[in-house]
Design a protein around this ligand. Sequence first.
Ligand code: PLZ
Length: 442
Amino acid sequence: MSIPQERRVVTAIPGPKSQELLARKQAAVPPGIAHALPIFITRAGGGVVEDADGNSLIDFGSGIAVTSVGNSAPKVVESVRKQVADFTHTCFMVTPYESYVRVAEKLNELTPGDHEKRTVLLNTGAEAVENAVKIARSATGRQAVIVFDHGYHGRTLLTMTMTAKNLPYKQGFGPYAPEVYRVPLAYPFRWPTGPENCAEEAAAQAIDMIGKQVGAQNVAAVIIEPIAGEGGFIEPAKGFLPRIAEFCRENGIVFVADEVQTGFARTGHLFACEDEGVVPDLIATAKGIAGGLPLAAVTGRAEIMDKVHIGGLGGTYGGNPLACEAALAVMETIEEEDLVAKARRIGEIMLPRLHAMRERFEVIGDVRGRGAMIAVELVRPGTKEPNPAALAEVVRRCHAEGLLVLTAGTYGNVLRFLPPLVMPEHLLEEGLGILEKAFAAV
Ligand code: PLZ
């Protein structure tokens, strides 16, 4: 790796150059687009990001689960360089090219289930989710869409409607899209009767609500994140996902897994659904698929995907040749560097350290996640009351020390970790040390 794999804090964070750039940003860009940490990045790779002031921060965010293979990963750079010199765009709907087909073949092969599949390529996670809904509606002739508490699916009209949390995603942006219904999620830490009964009770409630309020015969699709991402890295209690998938099967409903954040080795499986052997009818992917180039996909059962009329799917840039080359390089890198195992190893290092912190610090209510998708939920000591103030303080201290961390959660009280899967172990350990110090100080 050409960029030194070290933490280096040489100014305040953000430093003077970043602050100068931030002032320009504030004059040129609306405040609606905000930052987790306003340091301006000049270079990044492996487990670090470098800023304009010469600081090098340990990256526990991967640009929200995108650069799983690392920033500017060598194979990605090489493939994109070659492609950019050959041709940058034709529009796949005008004249096709082979890399799009190869990405589709790869996704058909790698996603759960050995049934015949098809893949359509798009640009963003939101676009993938929207297209999954279009396809499910077209295939079933039904309209209703079922989503879950704490769900996040994007910022477009339909996906914002499908997203659970009002602020910042929905406030003032209505009216929302019709025919979207929300049901409970099996959230073990906050289930009223405790985690043991959570899966069964939550599934029963969800299924009852669908039957009573919507009518299963009207439902085109049930869409769920196998681990709720923005909602706070909530792993549904074991048994919940399989029960919901079974209900969909019994009622001719298309079961859609939104694996935009959980996909591509992140959770210690190639796809998070595999953890419980759930085979979705359609799977939406994006983020980690192309190492930072904009690409997304819907992959699913041929008999469902093939129902959409000719010309019904598309977009100018979907499956852009640069993004396709990047995706092929990412998939090769995941295989060659066994990043599924690396993700597991990250979990094996992080979880025991975080559980030990939970014993020490009463402000940590819950530690959860799988592989390199790990979170801690902060509460007021002795209660389950969300503690966003403590979270803000921990984050501030981590950032000041050169550890880039992200937050999440319906109640704004979850600290989440999404390190690149190529994170060197010494940086992972160093990051955990900074975190421990931050908790001790709060
Ligand atoms: N589905 C599960 O996590 C994107 C959003 C950040 P796009 N998550 C990060 C923000 O505040 O905008 C996401 C996701 C899941 C869909 C999406 C949407 O993906 O590529 O951002 O459209």
